[in-house]
Design a protein around this ligand. Sequence first.
Ligand code: SD4
Length: 326
Amino acid sequence: MSERRKFIKKSILGSAVFIPGISQVFAKQSSPQLIGEKPLILSTWNHGLPANAAAIAKLKETGSILDAVEAGVKDTELDLSNLSVGLQGLPDREGITTLDASIMTGDGACGSVAFVRQVKHPISLARVVMEKTPHVMIVGEGARQLAIAEGFPIEPEVLSPKAKEAYEKWKIESKYKPVINIENHDTIGMIGMDEAGNLAGSCTTSGLAYKMHGRVGDSPVIGAGLFVDNEVGAATATGLGESIIRICGSFLIVELMRQGRTPQEACEEAVKRLIAKNSKNIKDIQAGFLAMNKEGEIGAFAVHPGFNFAKGTMQSNQMIDSKSHF
Ligand code: SD4
């Protein structure tokens, strides 16, 4: 039974009055969360806290939720301590760092870049694809050329000291094994809603560490790593991209919410589906989903323990632990 239904049942049993607008949420937090808090920003993992702060600051400055979700994850793209996002991220097995990113607004506009090198802010390049080209996705050298044409600085191709050290260690055994590993699962996915209920989302990553050259994950695939619909809500994903693409994870969650599931129920169903479709090696697969609906209800669920996310409003910014299937 879903947490929400449990809560409603408990309320009825305890003859407490169920107050619409209050929902019991899944997290470590024991206090119920107000729904309908707007603006609202959610983002994956610990780096979500500074990213949310940057997003809220941008929202205050320009009033645009699209600007906010771009600015939020740009903060993470520059975070030298993060080895899964930005040019400081861990490289592929050839020692080359390639980046994936996507951005989407609630009216269906979207853009993404994948397998792109030497661009510090792939999220801004994804926004260029969305706003200045007739396309949705541009990859590889084409994306780099677009960056040059648009005046993005092209960065030298050198690994960050931390990434270089990790890569040198990895090369000793050179095992290609996408296992659960916190370093492999640190992508930032951000979804946000402004006061008027307009939604937008962004997702950016250097992808799976030591991936095959040319490998692209879920993050730049609209519907897999990110999906946003102003009529319903938004969802984003983190974890092993292949498992998320197989179930069209973020699109699935938004569609389940459209059919009446709460964000929490939708995230749990997506994880169930992911486990069913990846059952052979599920112990080695981590994936987590994060969602919000138009009412400002939120949901999160992961395959294994360890996934957390940051929830930001005008008043607060806090980490919440997600529950998981296992
Ligand atoms: C990928 N989903 O490229 C990304 C990796 C990730 O946290 O989420 N890491 O498969």
